[in-house]
Design a protein. Structure first.
Length: 418
């Protein structure tokens, strides 16, 4: 407890204040038994430090939930020998790389800047891929990457010699895939993603140390993955036997509850043994799914045939993938109930709508909304549309401590424009 002094007013019924020394003696002797002392001196209890609550809106990553996914990935690594590199295109919030680094073998990227971020903030292995490299980018990325993976044979021939001292790889399009959306299907008609010509691939095989097959998007069906892997083995066996490593890409939901992990591991190990290759997985959403929320506040509720709650965030600016794929995020809080409401963002876009829900309470200005799964392909796509405030980035550490790792200001908005 802390002793502070304040003057007594002329009409204070407590009368003249005792001396400071007598008050201190009283506090030492009887302080634990008296929550406050009415006199000219105020006895203030020393309060335990309170957690700093971030102002809405903010992204909240929970390391305890993240650890659960990471431990599954570690189990796959141990049971199969396959390495896992984080897909930075999905998630690049480096303030949690310290935890992730112990469970992953490095990073994989889709651009020079992503590759550099992986090198500088994550370390370990750096796989540098791009749909289209420039000569200057190949030279720059080769200075720190372990592998440079080209998207086409023409890029390999044009720039392969620029990647001195680096293992070269090539993306292959196997013509099979699993995706719920044509927009994200790497084997869609007229796909530009990877080599489809078997003969040409065999011709350049001596220049390669490995190949990458990225053919899944949100695939939670093991049998679909196993069938595709069988097809790849049959079609590309002669090439695979010439390689040191093979990446099976990402898009596999093997950290999802109920996924047949043992079968998955057995199949990976069989494939690796059959072709004598080091396997790589490139998990993105498998790492971060279920680990983050976007916390927002209701600013207004209007009525047009039904209640419409307007939040202090925007679908287009802060959860863009839901707008692109015409999906709705789940809501962690408030919980489900009988009150229908359309939840919308506050940008000028007429279709800035999260979705229609039935909740356990009527929303009012000031109500806190927690939108689920706000990390993968979400934080990497946030933008300054309409100049709306950018959500802060917060992390709930393993210890339970809440860290506000980044706040954004007008200066960030200004500097993003020119």
């Amino acid at each position: 407890m802390i002793l502070t002094k304040s003057p007594i007013s002329q009409h204070d019924p407590a009368g003249p204040a005792p001396s400071q020394s007598s008050m201190l003696r009283f506090a030492r002797r009887f302080g634990p038994h008296f929550p406050a002392i009415r006199s000219g001196h105020r006895l203030l209890h020393r309060r335990a430090p309170q957690e700093l609550v971030p102002s809405s809106p903010y992204y909240l990553i929970d390391e305890r939930k993240l650890l659960k996914n990471l431990e599954i990935i570690q189990q796959v690594r141990e049971l199969t020998g396959a390495k896992s590199v984080l897909a930075l295109k999905c998630f690049s919030t480096w303030s949690v790389f310290g935890l992730m680094r112990d469970y992953l073998d490095g990073t994989t990227s889709s651009s020079l800047l992503e590759a550099r971020l992986g090198h500088e903030k994550f370390g370990k292995e750096v796989h540098a891929y791009s749909v289209g490299f420039s000569r200057a980018e190949v030279r720059q990325v080769s200075a720190f990457a372990d592998k440079v993976i080209f998207n086409s044979i023409s890029q390999l021939k044009r720039y392969g010699h620029e990647a001195r001292g680096v293992k070269l790889g090539l993306r292959v399009n196997p013509g099979v895939s699993h995706s719920h959306f044509d927009l994200a299907d790497p084997a869609r008609r007229f796909s530009r993603l990877g080599v489809t010509d078997h003969a040409a691939l065999m011709e350049v095989a001596p220049q390669l140390s490995g190949v990458m097959f990225h053919f899944n998007c949100e695939n939670d069906q093991f049998m679909s993955f196993a069938a595709a892997l069988d097809a790849i083995g049959k079609s590309y066996g002669p090439v695979l036997k010439k390689m040191q490593w093979v990446s099976l890409g990402g898009g596999l939901s093997f950290t999802k509850d109920g996924y047949p992990l043992r079968q998955f591991c057995r199949r990976l190990k069989q494939f690796s043994k059959e072709f004598d290759v080091q396997l790589y997985l490139e998990p993105g959403e498998a790492v971060i799914t279920g680990c983050a929320e976007l916390v927002a506040t209701v600013l207004d509720v209007v009525h047009n045939e039904m209640d419409i709650a307007i939040l202090d965030i925007s679908v287009e600016a802060h959860m863009l993938d839901h707008l692109i794929y015409q999906t709705s995020p789940e809501i962690n809080a408030p919980g489900p109930g009988r009150h229908p409401v359309l939840i919308a963002g506050r940008s000028c876009l007429a279709g800035d709508v999260f979705g229609t829900y039935k909740l356990n309470q009527r929303l009012r200005p000031g109500t806190i909304i927690r939108l689920a799964d706000a990390a993968g392909y979400t934080m990497v796509k946030k933008n300054w549309f309409n100049g709306l405030p950018m959500p802060s980035i917060c992390v709930r550490r393993l210890s339970g401590k809440l860290d506000i790792v980044r706040r954004f200001s007008y200066r960030d908005y200004e500097e993003s424009l020119s």
